[in-house]
Design a protein around this ligand. Structure first.
Ligand code: PLP
Length: 390
């Protein structure tokens, strides 16, 4: 059978299940308002939590960065692509999250693949929350270690899984703030479970960094968990920091090991130095952005209060990520279409990104939104409620 014929059948089956994914072409910079299809859309689906993605200081830093460093980095970090700009960013990131060292990766996806596969292999054990980000699951698969999964946010279940592990290394891995539910993992309990089982704890703070903790230092800093409790800390730079890339932070021995063994750091071109410069500018803003974080909390409370009053079923979120649970895929798609009719852009999240039967709207608030805009979102959601009165 011709390739296209074989694939077409699969694509049609996917579409029939309401699982077809498609992109939209955006004609404007990121922000509260996006241009698409010749219209303006009120954006409630980006991860640009602090509204920095198009910030003038970041744009200027990127431009200065290209003037100073050009565009391409020329090679991987280990060959000749590791500039003074990358190095300074690594030092600033380590300092930001209170760790000895940090190592840059091109993306969070690559960081998670590279770190887990560098630390574990055949004969080792990786224990993960059932709702962990796909990159954490894929990292365990790639490593060849045995993967055991536990019920979402259940530290007792995590401890039970750790007790099942045999000889070999044990790595306990969790998101901090879950990307589709917005709830926070029981970090201190996970640290204790790891400690008791002689396992290492790896936390992915992609959504907490910049949003939670003193000066936005993340959920791990918020709880005061140090390098002993959380020896492997992942952060991403494409969300609250508004740029691109990711890093892992920890002790020097971890970073040196990753430099030798993390294949997604070794066999890939270094990110452009100008992007590192833009991220350095972002970090300075993030640390001083107490007003933005405060505003974000106020908007989050406003949204939850309003949505609950409408009788909508929300995920138990403590963050700007708010899930409106709708159940089946068709309902989630219809809800997103209803909001689109109101000029609001929110994405319907379906399996396998979330468990079957928990399709939802994933609404994200940012510090750039106003209370009036959140009110407009709630009004649109009120219309949804009537269209589904069952
Ligand atoms: C977004 C995300 C990643 C991936 O980061 P990228 O830099 O976008 O590749 C990893 N982990 C979690 C929890 C995420 O939400």
């Amino acid at each position: 059978m011709r390739l296209a014929v074989a694939l077409q059948a699969d694509l049609q089956a996917r579409a029939a299940e309401g699982l077809y994914r498609r992109r939209h072409c955006v004609d404007s910079p990121q922000g509260v308002w996006l241009e698409r299809d010749g219209r303006r859309w009120l954006n409630f689906c980006s991860n640009d939590y602090l509204g920095l993605a198009a910030h003038p200081a970041l744009r200027a830093a990127l431009q200065r960065g290209t003037a100073d460093w050009g565009v391409g980095s020329g090679a991987s970090h280990l060959i000749c692509g590791h500039t003074r700009a990358h190095h300074a960013l690594e030092e600033e990131l380590a300092d930001f999250v209170g760790r000895e060292r940090a190592l840059l990766f091109s993306t969070g996806y690559m960081a998670n693949l590279g770190v887990i596969a560098a630390l574990c292999g055949r004969g080792d054990w990786v224990v993960e929350d059932k709702l962990n980000h796909a990159s954490l699951i894929d990292g365990a698969r790639l490593s060849g270690a045995r993967l055991l999964r536990y019920a979402h946010n259940d530290a007792t279940a995590a401890a039970a899984r750790l007790a099942e592990c045999g000889k070999g290394r044990r790595l306990l891995v969790s998101d901090t703030l879950f990307s589709m539910d917005g709830d926070l993992a029981p970090l201190a309990e996970l640290a204790e479970a790891a400690h008791n089982a002689d396992a290492w704890l790896m936390l992915d703070d992609a959504h907490g960094l910049g949003v939670l903790g003193p000066q936005g230092r993340g959920s791990v800093a918020q709880l005061g968990l140090d390098e002993d409790a959380v020896p492997i800390l992942i952060g991403t730079l494409g969300k609250a920091c508004g740029t691109f890339g990711a890093f892992v932070a920890g002790e020097a021995a971890l970073i040196e090991t990753l430099l030798q063994q993390a294949r997604t750091a070794i066999y890939t071109t270094a990110m452009p130095a100008a992007v590192a410069e833009a991220t350095r500018a972002a970090l300075r803003i993030v640390q001083a952005a107490e007003d933005r974080r405060q505003h974000l909390q106020v908007l989050t409370a406003q949204f939850r209060h309003g949505a609950q009053a409408l009788g909508l079923q929300l995920t138990p979120s403590v963050s700007p990520i708010q899930g409106v649970l709708l159940g089946d895929n068709a309902r989630a798609l219809a809800a997103a279409a209803h909001l689109a009719d109101c000029g609001i852009w929110v994405s319907a999240i379906r399996p396998p990104t979330v468990p079957v039967g928990s399709a939802r709207l994933r609404i994200t608030l940012t510090a750039a939104h106003t209370a009036e805009q959140v009110e407009r979102l709630l009004e649109a959601l009120a219309g949804l409620r009537t269209s589904y009165a069952d």
